[in-house]
Design a protein around this ligand. Structure first.
Ligand code: 13P
Ligand code: SF4
Length: 339
């Protein structure tokens, strides 16, 4: 196959035919001859480099279905990354996810196709500002969402994701915790536990844009609509939702309940990915794009594998402390109540 020429040759067409059959309803026909040669070459290079590609549920379908070896939520990516024996991990997601992979596997080469793929939550807190907060509440343990930098994880007692936040908070056996940085996830956790939650004022720039009023309008316009929301949404949005959960939790809920019509109150690309698996479910799309997730594209994935860059590095001393907090979370696992 002459995939290195990045032309849509008959060999490339054959190599990518199965992927195309899956994604043809969510990717325009005219785009496929551009994506297919990239997909074919990336998949060849993965073998040559003993690399795996981990893709978050918000990645575009050509990455999610074309080149990813594992897809999932933040918790799933961390769990899978910790167990792989590949030499190279390409993290198709945002920077904190790649950092988590590096923290758990310091001996591996961890690549992120665009280092500018950040996160408004991770940007809302630093190790220094967390140290100042801890000084105000001596002895109170810190639970940090994985949507944080390695520095912040290193200052934390334990990490959590949207899939296990309640369970993690309760695993500590204390009366109160500092919860960083997502105030909305923190409030949601507070509504599910007796543990007092001391909040940080961070928010996701994507999920905080949804409003309860727009969901009420969607519901009125579409009787029977099943609304699922990510816990990074504000409380008035969660109050309107029929189900609240992590991105993978929402996918499992669609699989389990097969509603006729669903609104996924989260990032846009996820509805495209899920609709491939569940063609009988109608997805209405009141969605917002995450500009950071959208920075990851097939040409950048190819370049990362060709050049083995940009590599994610975490100073050894920071990584060692951050690893303790991440591994404590992995030992708690995934909650059945908030998944
Ligand atoms: P999940 O862990 O639920 O996939 O969420 C990650 C994220 O960044 C959501 O905005
Ligand atoms: Fe961060 Fe929000 Fe984007 Fe998730 S959707 S990566 S929380 S900015």
């Amino acid at each position: 196959m002459s995939a290195t020429t990045l032309e849509y040759t008959p060999a490339v067409e054959r190599a990518t035919r199965d992927v195309w059959q899956r994604v043809r309803h969510v990717i325009p026909d005219v785009e496929w001859p551009v994506h297919a040669p990239l997909i074919a070459r990336i998949n060849e290079l993965k073998t040559e480099r003993n690399a795996i590609i981990l893709a978050h549920n918000y990645q575009v379908p050509e990455i999610f279905y074309g080149v990813a070896d594992y897809t999932g939520d933040s918790l799933g990516l961390a769990q899978f990354g910790a167990g792989t024996d590949a030499d190279v991990i390409v993290l198709c997601g945002v920077h904190f996810m790649a950092e988590t992979a590096k923290i758990l596997s310091p001996e591996k080469t961890v690549l992120i196709p665009d280092v500018r793929a950040g996160c408004s939550l991770a940007a809302s807190i630093t190790g220094k500002s967390l140290r100042a907060m801890k000084a105000r509440y001596p002895g109170v343990p810190v639970v940090s969402y994985v949507n944080t930098t390695a520095d912040v994880k290193a200052e934390s007692d334990i990490c959590c994701t949207s899939a296990n936040a309640v369970q993690v908070v309760e695993s500590l056996g204390v009366d109160r915790v500092i919860f960083t940085p997502d105030k909305y996830l923190g409030r949601y956790v507070a509504s599910k536990t007796d543990v007092e939650i001391i909040l940080w004022e961070g928010a996701c720039e994507v999920h905080e844009r949804f409003t309860g009023q727009e969901l009420r309008e969607y519901r009125q316009a579409r009787p029977g609509l099943h609304i699922m929301a990510h816990p990074e949404c504000p409380p008035d949005v969660l109050a309107e939702a029929d189900f609240v959960g992590s991105t993978s939790g929402m996918i499992r809920h669609v699989a389990d309940t097969r509603p006729a019509e669903v609104a996924l109150i989260t990032e846009c690309s996820m509805a495209s990915n899920v609709s491939v698996e569940f063609p009988d479910v109608k997805f209405t799309q009141p969605c917002n794009l995450c500009p950071h997730m959208q920075r990851i594209t097939l040409p950048k994935v190819l370049r990362a594998l060709e050049t083995l860059s940009p590599q994610v590095e975490v100073p050894a001393e920071v990584a060692a402390r951050a690893k303790v907090a991440v591994e404590r979370m992995l030992a708690v696992g995934r909650s059945s109540s908030l998944s």
